[in-house]
Design a protein around this ligand. Structure first.
Ligand SMILES: Nc1ncnc2c1ncn2[C@@H]1O[C@H](COP(=O)(O)OP(=O)(O)OP(=O)(O)O)[C@@H](O)[C@H]1O
Length: 681
């Protein structure tokens, strides 16, 4: 796949993405964390790349969010979903859901969301999710006791790239290899040509060494698992808490992790621990053994009467002869016992194995002396033997563990990804539960689906080819973005096909209705469930939502706004237009005319539009066609408070707040003035 063909991926990003192991598959996977492993690509950029890949897959060039307010609603919708994630990953991954005009993309996202809403957001799973993060690549470990050797320049370059942990050395002949074997504990020769050579030391000819990194540098796998231990354990806990099928064998994973220390060394092997301790404690144990022998001899000498013959005494005095000979003669048995005790101490303290004990024997020789003296060269031989044993054991255990971890490497990647994706699904599930959502029906505007049925619609043309204006139908919609507790929100029913004016009392909920419609449409085209009892809508190409302007515009801003609407009415088919009190941009008379003109143009194009306005009557008069007006009705004034029916009534011009107040005064007070006033409405 040409990475540059993905919308939003330039040359630089493509170059970074090519550093990934399998760029095309990674980008297609939508795995934001995996994409973000490309150098210099942060998670926000990764989400954009994933979105671009989705667009490309669905040949989706749509830009549904056509205005600032529409984009704001999308951000709010996304925010509601993101608020329900546990991991940063899920937050970013949710950004790959965007309102689309592509039927296949919406269907794909709906399938994901529908499966997600089946999930049970179990608190134990959510708790476990808090420890899950994308797997990290630890920094390269340098291994200094092993090297790679080759005579081939190409192999050299490949080795440097593939196994950065080891030094790569150039060799020409076996002499060079023998030289290396003196500086490194292990030499791995990469060229077949050297097979069968006879070189002293730990030298292996392994032409496949670059293809089998687990065997060549087990440290790499160990470091990876050690660095990711917490994440792996958390991902395992998520699967267990949720009773989910795990991509990796969790027992095998736990067993492998229990053999691995945080610094990527081996733990839990008694033999390795014994050998490590023996090397570390060797000097101290030899000193203690000397003391044990000395104590014994000191005790023996103290309790012994020694008779020295005159000649011996003379030779002691005259020739400086050592007292050892005396010891040898007089205390031979005691000396043997002292030596035996010293050796026993060494064997016991260091827990030496029989073949090591043989070497320990030689640390204390049979030449009598007091104080007892160790044989340094024997100590050094013992140390070399123990260290070599320890290193051999560690290397074997590392290789064994790396082999086990190698089998788990792919599966744990999936295990963690599944846990993170579960967080995405659970966020959607929680959103759907928290706001009593339903999966909307998103219809193909060019036919196929049913037409929206407005209030009073007879549904007779249900089977007909879908032509004419588009629309939406909402039942029991409740916007979580309203400034009211969700439980206190009154459900709204509203069905629109074509162009409508929405009238209504002040604070009746007109703006809130536009917000609800925009939110439902944006969520629906993201493929998400929507906060309603039932919802169906045409798939809109663009959503143009204009919020109420703050006061009258000056001439320049007014002209700019008019130009916006000029572009709008000349735009593409399949638009949803939501406009809140456009009249506030200029004086009421002019506003009514302008709005009427825009409505006419939109009606001609069979767009779907809702214009909130207090000038419904004036607009209707100014328009050259019969403008449909819906109304949010006041049911009455109770204790000075308006009671409203939040669901707009179709074909009904709602009475305004002033009219209601005049009516109330006419009723309460009577008299000609209020009666005449009322008649003017
Ligand atoms: N469905 C609803 N359920 C509960 N309260 C609502 C609902 N819709 C609106 N409200 C309340 O009414 C308030 C006013 O709503 P909104 O701003 O939508 O009215 P409006 O008709 O646009 O008012 P205005 O004519 O002054 O612009 C909201 O802030 C909210 O508190």
């Amino acid at each position: 796949m040409e990475l540059e063909a993905i919308p939003g991926v330039g040359e630089k990003t493509a170059r970074a993405l090519r550093e990934l192991e399998d760029p095309a598959a990674t980008v297609e996977s939508g795995d934001v964390a995996a994409i973000a492993r490309a150098p210099g690509v942060n998670e926000a950029r990764a989400a954009r790349v994933a979105r671009g890949a989705i667009r490309r897959r669905h040949d989706d060039a749509s830009r549904v969010l056509a205005t600032d307010r529409a984009r704001e609603v999308y951000r709010d919708a996304l925010g509601l979903l993101k608020d329900r994630t546990v991991t940063d990953y899920a937050e970013k991954r949710l950004e790959t859901f965007y309102p689309s005009a592509s039927a296949s993309r919406i269907a794909e996202a709906q399938a994901f969301a529908a499966a997600a809403t089946e999930r049970d957001p179990d608190p134990a799973v959510l708790e476990a999710l808090s420890g899950v993060e994308p797997l990290a690549d630890p920094p390269t470990v340098r291994v200094r006791d092993r090297c790679l050797a080759t005579a081939d320049a190409e192999v050299y370059a490949r080795a440097e790239a593939r196994v950065p942990e080891l030094s790569v050395e150039t060799v020409e002949d076996t002499r060079d290899i023998a030289e290396l074997a003196r500086s490194y504990a292990t030499v791995v020769v990469l060229d077949e040509a050297f097979a069968g050579m006879d070189v002293e030391g730990d030298v292996h000819v392994r032409p496949d060494a670059l293809e089998t990194p687990a065997a060549t540098v087990p440290e790499r796998l160990l470091a990876f698992f050690a660095a990711n231990r917490d994440r792996l354990e958390a991902a395992a806990a998520v699967h267990e808490a949720g009773d989910l099928d795990a991509a990796a064998n969790l027992d095998a994973l736990r067993d492998a992790l229990s053999r691995l220390d945080d610094d990527a060394t081996i733990v839990g092997d008694a033999e390795l621990e014994r050998l490590t301790a023996a090397v570390d404690d060797l000097d101290a144990a030899v000193s203690t053994a000397e003391s044990v022998a000395d104590d014994h001899l000191r005790e023996a000498i103290r309790e012994r009467d020694v008779t020295i013959e005159g000649t011996d005494f003379l030779s002691l005095v005259e020739q400086g002869a050592r007292v050892d000979s005396l010891l040898d003669r007089e205390l031979a048995d005691e000396y043997d016992t002292a030596m035996a005790r010293a050796r026993d101490h060494l064997v016991d303290a260091l827990e030496l194995a029989p073949e090591e004990a043989d070497l320990a024997e030689r640390v204390f020789d049979d030449d009598p002396s007091f104080p007892v003296e160790r044989d340094e060269s024997a100590v050094s031989r013992l140390r070399t033997e123990l260290s070599a044993g320890r290193d051999r054991r560690a290397a074997r255990l590392k290789a064994d563990l790396a082999a086990d971890l190698g089998d788990l490497r792919g599966p744990v990647e999936e295990l963690v990804r599944d846990a993170l994706e579960l967080d995405v699904a659970l966020a959607i599930a929680r959103f759907a539960r928290d706001f009593d959502c339903v999966m909307p029906e998103v219809r193909d505007p060019d036919g196929g689906g049913e037409r929206p049925e407005g209030e009073g619609g007879d549904g007779e043309d249900d089977e007909s080819e879908h032509g004419g204006p588009g629309g939406f139908r909402l039942e029991g919609g409740r916007s979580p973005l309203l400034d009211v507790d969700f439980e206190a929100i009154e459900p709204v029913d509203y069905a629109v096909d074509g162009v409508r004016l929405l009238s209504g009392v002040n604070s009746g909920g007109k703006t809130s209705t536009l917000d609800l419609v925009a939110l439902v449409v944006v969520l629906a085209q993201m493929g998400m469930p929507v906060p309603a009892e039932a919802a169906e809508l045409d798939r809109f190409e663009e959503v143009h939502y204009y919020a109420k302007s703050q006061g009258t515009l000056d001439a320049g801003a007014f002209e700019a706004t008019l130009r916006d609407f000029g572009d709008l009415v000349e735009g593409a088919d399949g638009r949803l237009v939501l406009v809140d009190e456009l009249e506030s941009i200029t004086e009421p008379g002019a506003s009514a005319k302008i709005i009427a003109g825009i409505l006419e143009a939109l009606d001609d194009q069979e767009a779907t539009a809702v214009f909130v306005s207090h000038l419904a009557r004036e607009i209707r008069e100014a328009a050259d066609y019969d403008v449909a007006v819906d109304g949010i009705e006041a049911v009455g004034l109770v204790d000075g408070e308006l009671r409203v029916n939040r669901s707009p009534r179709e074909g009904h011009l709602a009475r305004s707040t002033p009219e209601l107040i005049v009516e109330k005064l006419a009723e309460d007070r009577g008299g000609e003035f209020y009666g005449d006033l009322l008649e003017k409405f």
